[in-house]
Design a protein around this ligand. Structure first.
Ligand code: T1G
Length: 700
């Protein structure tokens, strides 16, 4: 691509403007790097130019390196070279920041002598979210700009800061109107005041305190790496920032480069970069006519102020969307409103939201009694009792009271959307929006597409889910859709492993060591074993140990005992010898003798049956892509992002191995349902991957 196509140079008397124009996010492709390098050189060599402004066209300043280039042979000039050219320029170079200056984008700005930003700009180094660390000087220049404590927080957590915070921290010089014009005015000021050029590589003042007392930095690192269990990048990134304190700039840069190269070629970053694109791919709905527009959603009504309804209402209020929250009685409504208020106050007390946010957000939620109050809503989401009879009653009433064109969504976690839609005269307006508990925290929203769901209704749900900062994945109608359907297979194997001789703590231990936040039995205790028992009663399913625990009044955390025991006021699961005794009795009744089971067998029987179910889900078209299934598991159940999701993991392990092990367990445990699904068998026989499906479906 020709340099001038992506990076233009123009001169306004003594000020040169170098403008990057590489939509959609001005990513630093090879052409952009070449363009910046050459246009800065040209401006520096132009005797009429006394100052240079680096700005971007479109909606944002440079949002980072071009992630699609990773894994391919690097093309010159490297980003470090481009930044060195800017920093060594004899004329002042000013970065004009708007939108999101992220990753390599902020690193380019850090190579400039001055930085100005618009009020709504965000500045950050999110590389750690891709399993990387800033690889173009960010770990060395940012601590010199804002100090090592804030720098290591920004780099290890990967979250951006706003312009106000950036100004306060000394990351930018000024907040300006309109990035380029504001920066040009600032450039003229720099010239008029004959300000000395600021080269961050030469500024060590803000490192002095941490040089004198290293514990300042080590404490900061400890604070931000608490949640980094299993991840490599956060710790490597912290080490690179430490090198800025301990070493001269160029040696620190070398250390950063070594750390970056190790991560970018590693398995974790490959998985995290895959997940980044998979999340965006999931929002591209197949089988919807090009240009289908979502319906406008100005007001939402939520039916049910329980745990789910309250969490969903909070998600909309958090995005500034007014909510009518409807309950059947004042008592339930009052309780629901109180829970949300408390949630907001607790978050504000922890500094998670501003002190005035609870009042503002609760002010957006109007609590009322009576379904007729849905009449003004553009989107109605019911989160009532999880039985088909209750759902049908609610949708019959919604059909009567909701305005024409309103989207009617059920939050059901497994019930048949087509059956629910059939009780209305408007099945085309009905779909599922399955949120995950706690709904105000978990990001996944399974958008369940009914047979008759209209394309624009589907796109409305996808668009509104993104607007409330959820990750939408469109799924088909079946028992449990994608996530819970796969979870059910894992639950089945977990229970069988108990009868085969394993204990809850061993099984949960293998699952959490693999990287999930919680194992199946701790999850059961959290959700409540009575919920599982009721659902089994509904469906005529027996569970010897589950029923025994329920009948013994062990309903999980809520009764202080379930698969584990819990000390008063604690949610920490403690192994309970009582449960071991109960398992011995159940095994005796079943006539099975327990055996010692290896962690490896547990892991294979926890994960491979889920992958097998994922293959069936793809065969049936319940999910359009293997990566959609991965996104469901990463955002709905906390599957470790550095393992990319169950289907990505399957490709990494090898489908032939997985198929062979499933066949082995099908025979060893006399469970034909464990035989490899036809799709898995076929791909394994052909030496292919699930990823090859996505590639071929993209090709069609
Ligand atoms: N490279 C390539 N494509 C990118 C991209 C990037 N950095 N960022 C976004 N895209 C694509 C994205 O796939 C989508 O494509 C479209 O742009 C719109 O994105 C050397 C090594 C900037 C906040 O991690 O966080 O710099 O689906 O849907 O919601 O140290 O994109 O339309 O075909 O997300 O408005 C560091 C990643 C890179 C920022 C905008 N930077 N991007 O959000 O739009 S590593 C990042 C984002 C690095 C240096 C290191 C978001 C956004 P398509 P979108 P959005």
């Amino acid at each position: 691509m020709d340099v001038s196509e992506v990076v233009q140079l123009e001169r306004h008397d003594v000020v040169a403007l170098v403008t990057v124009n590489n939509p959609p996010v001005n990513a630093l492709s090879a052409a952009v790097r070449r363009g910046i390098f050459e246009q800065i050189k040209a401006a520096a060599a132009d005797p009429q130019v006394q100052a240079i402004v680096l700005t971007c066209a479109g909606r944002t300043f440079i949002a980072g390196a071009d992630i699609t280039e990773f894994g391919k042979p690097p093309q010159p000039p490297g980003l470090n070279e481009v930044i060195a050219e800017i920093e060594s320029c004899k004329k002042p170079v000013i970065a004009a920041i708007h939108g999101t200056a992220l990753g390599g984008g902020l690193e380019v700005a850090l190579g400039c002598h001055f930085r100005v930003a618009t009020k709504d700009a965000k500045l950050g180094l999110p590389e750690v979210k891709l399993g990387l660390l800033p690889g173009a000087g960010g770990t060395q220049r940012l601590p010199r700009a804002v100090g090592p404590e804030l720098a290591v927080k920004m780099i290890v957590e990967g979250n951006p800061i706003g312009a106000d915070a950036a100004l306060k921290a000394g990351l930018i010089e000024e907040i300006v109107e309109g990035p380029a014009a504001g920066a040009e005015a600032f450039a003229r000021k720099v010239l008029a005041e004959k300000r000395p050029l600021r080269r961050l590589r030469d500024e060590d003042t803000k490192l002095a305190a941490a040089k004198a007392d290293r514990s300042i930095f080590t404490n900061a690192v400890a604070a931000v790496t608490k949640k980094a269990r299993g991840l490599e990048a956060p710790f490597a990134a912290a080490d690179a920032v430490g090198a800025a304190i301990d070493l001269p700039f160029d040696e620190g840069l070398k250390k950063e480069r070594e750390g970056f190269m190790k991560l970018v070629t590693g398995e974790q970053s490959k998985a995290q970069r895959y997940a980044f694109f998979a999340e965006r791919e999931a929002a591209k709905v197949s089988g919807v006519p090009e240009g289908t527009k979502p319906r406008p959603v100005a007001r939402v009504a939520i039916i049910g102020a329980g745990t789910m309804g309250g969490g969903i209402a909070m998600s909309f209020a958090n995005a500034g969307i007014p909510v009518t929250l409807i309950e059947t009685g004042d008592e339930q409504l009052k309780r629901g409103m109180g829970v949300m208020q408390k949630n907001y106050e607790n978050t504000a007390a922890r500094g998670g939201i501003p002190a005035d946010a609870p009042a503002k957000r609760m002010g957006l939620i109007t609590g009322v009694v009576g379904l007729e109050n849905v009449k003004d809503a553009d989107l109605v989401i019911e989160a009532v009792f999880e039985t088909m009879a209750v759902k049908k009653d609610v949708f019959t009433a919604l059909d009567k009271h909701a305005k024409p064109g309103a989207v009617l969504a059920s939050n059901t976690s497994y019930l048949n959307i087509n059956e629910i839609a059939a009780v209305t005269k408007r099945p085309q307006d009905v779909l599922g929006m399955h949120f995950f508990s706690p709904a105000n925290v978990m990001k996944l929203c399974e958008i369940v597409r009914g047979e008759k769901t209209a394309p624009d209704v589907l796109m409305t749900a996808v668009a509104i889910a993104k607007k409330i900062a959820k990750v939408p994945v469109v799924v088909g109608v079946c028992d449990g859709f994608v996530g819970n359907r796969m979870l059910a297979q894992r639950g089945k194997q977990a229970e069988k492993l108990l009868y085969d001789g394993a204990l809850p703590q061993q099984i949960d231990g293998v699952v959490t060591k693999f990287g999930l936040p919680m194992g199946p039995f701790a999850m059961g205790d959290l959700a409540g074993l009575d919920i599982g028992w009721r659902s089994r009663q509904d469906r005529g399913i027996k569970s010897p140990i589950g029923d025994a625990l329920y009948e013994a009044g062990r309903h999980g955390q809520k009764t202080g005992k379930g698969y584990y025991k819990y000390e008063t006021g604690s949610r920490a699961p403690l192994p309970d010898p009582e449960v071991e005794k109960m398992l011995d009795e159940v095994r005796a009744k079943l006539g099975v003798k327990g055996r010692t089971i290896t962690d490896e067998e547990i892991l294979e029987r926890m994960v491979y049956p889920m992958i097998n179910e994922g293959a069936r889900i793809l065969e049936e078209g319940i999910a359009s892509r293997p990566s959609d299934i991965d996104i469901v598991w990463i955002y709905g159940y906390g599957w470790p992002v550095y393992r990319g999701g169950p289907m990505f993991y399957a490709d990494h392990v090898g489908l032939k191995h997985i198929a062979d092990r499933l066949s082995h367990y099908a025979k060893a445990t006399n469970d034909p349902s464990l035989e490899p699904a036809p799709l898995l068998k076929k791909l394994a026989a052909e030496g292919k991957t699930f990823a090859s499906l996505a590639a071929s479906s993209k090709a069609t």
